[in-house]
Design a protein around this ligand. Structure first.
Ligand SMILES: [Zn+2]
Ligand SMILES: [Zn+2]
Length: 248
């Protein structure tokens, strides 16, 4: 299953195809191998590069291991750091080493670094947007710069992220996945970093920072798990009533 959320771009020239084993020629975006090579050549540590770009060193590590792409707004600062042009940065390597099958049957998010399009896939997919082979984003645990607050209001989660919402640095979506559903709320710079999500079976809540990548939390371990039998809102309300009688 693929969910496409087109965001922030009129130029929707994404192009999706299932992988039947055939590789395909593609345009290059900056690859992790190039970033690593340039970084090592310039004797800059991951941490130093991270500080210059105001991202975490984990983010740099993700780029270098092909688990995410730097947002397009970071290309110029990266090129500047290494004293190369953006074109040199992008054309620097033609290494293609996709490991798509490893991610089969996992819930994956793909984000186009050029236009910000978001793809969600629950199976194997090879997706290109703007000529870039999209890679599944690896999610991080939330950190002190990306704090999420989840509040239960009746049968919904009110989700708020403490984060700036400028054009340069913002949260571009909040999503929630259950075993068979996805909810996705698109956010925009200058807007609020918040969303209302139906609680129904939600196992994980995700949000995406255009600089630092994908973050996730598990809102309520166990309670929203279908297998445990407490998935049903009505059932949960009954349990709450009983709990109230017992403890009030
Ligand atoms: Zn794109
Ligand atoms: Zn951020």
């Amino acid at each position: 299953m693929i969910t496409l959320l087109s965001v922030g771009s009129e130029n929707k020239n994404y192009d999706l195809e299932c992988d039947y084993g055939g590789n395909k020629e593609m345009n290059q975006y900056v690859t992790g191998a190039v970033i690593r090579k340039l970084r090592e050549k310039n004797n800059i540590t991951q941490l130093q590069l991270a500080e210059r770009l105001r991202v975490s060193d984990k983010t740099i590590s993700k780029w270098e291991t092909g688990k995410g792409y730097p947002d397009i707004t970071l290309l110029e600062p990266i090129a500047k750091t290494f004293s190369v042009s953006v074109t040199e940065l992008i054309s620097g390597d033609i290494v293609f080493n996709s490991n798509v099958s490893a991610n089969m049957m996992k819930s994956n998010f793909y984000i186009c670094p050029v236009c910000g399009n978001v793809l969600h896939s629950m199976g194997e997919v090879v997706a290109y947007c703007h000529g870039v082979l999209l890679r599944p984003e690896e999610e991080e645990e939330t950190d002190e710069n990306h704090k999420i607050f989840v509040e239960r209001v009746e049968d919904e989660y009110y989700v708020r992220i403490e984060h700036e919402m400028t054009k340069e640095h913002y949260i571009s979506f909040i999503a929630a996945t259950s075993s068979d559903k996805i909810q996705m709320v698109k956010l925009y710079p200058e807007g609020e970093a918040q969303a209302w999500l139906k609680m129904d079976g939600v196992k994980k809540i995700f949000f995406y920072c255009n600089r630092s990548g994908l973050f996730s939390i598990t809102p309520m371990n166990g309670i929203d798990d279908k297998e445990s039998g407490y998935d049903d809102v009505e059932k949960r309300r009954e349990l709450e009533k009983i709990a109230k009688m017992l403890f009030d």
